[in-house]
Design a protein around this ligand. Sequence first.
Ligand SMILES: [Fe+2]
Length: 279
Amino acid sequence: MAVEPITEFIGAELTGVGYADLERDDVFGEFLDALNQHELVIVRGIELTPREQVELASRIGTPVPFVLERYRHPEIKEIMISSNEVRDNRPVGVARVGNFWHQDSTFVADPAPYTMLHGVNVPGTSGHTLFASAVDVYERLPEEWKQKIAGRTALHSVAKRLRIREDHVGLSVAELKAWIDHHHPKVEHPLVQTDPHTGREFLYGAPEYLDSVIGFDHNENAAFFDLLDELIQDEKRVYEHRWTRHDLVVWKTRTTLHAATDVEPGVGRTVHRVSIEVG
Ligand SMILES: [Fe+2]
């Protein structure tokens, strides 16, 4: 197996490796090491059954079943199906997942540390995934901002991105806000954290899941979020993964910022996702 960095900020592509190789302890060890050192690893065109994908995930940690039962794989509950396809008048999976910049599930108290995707049916022409490094974002903050955020805690919330459900119809905006506060209370995370594998500092939080930095006033929060958007979306620092059939993409959720891009109309796209808990 060869490990080739994708950019100087984030990601490594692993070549010359198939599922049978990854079953070997030494090859798996190199795979895990590449993931922990590069934040994101990609193996192009690796055939995996859903069961093999979960097997591989379970060597990294413990695959966690997706919260919404109806979007789980029918036989393998640890797989969440991300799809815009419809079969027998029923959506195959969850459509429009993560189509904005974020780190996975920062709105919960203890997000699973790894995410693994396998491209089942992926158009090469759209539905790409953008990646950026939260280490790189932190490093590029102006010194005055590094000082302003040092030691601070931020509040995270899913409120800006929560989907409106059928049973919310008829609620006033105030009632909906109260419902969100009750069912999805804001959580706190230190804004600057240290990666246990590399010892590097990174920024934990992206504007869409950030509510506010504790101790900042409205103007400071707004200025900080604008700055983050600018740093995260800097095209020169973003890796765009253009999917090919059966790509395996795994990342560390805390240090990897990412965003899904739109799928062109009339084109089907299905990806199998596993969330991996450790410890
Ligand atoms: Fe995500």
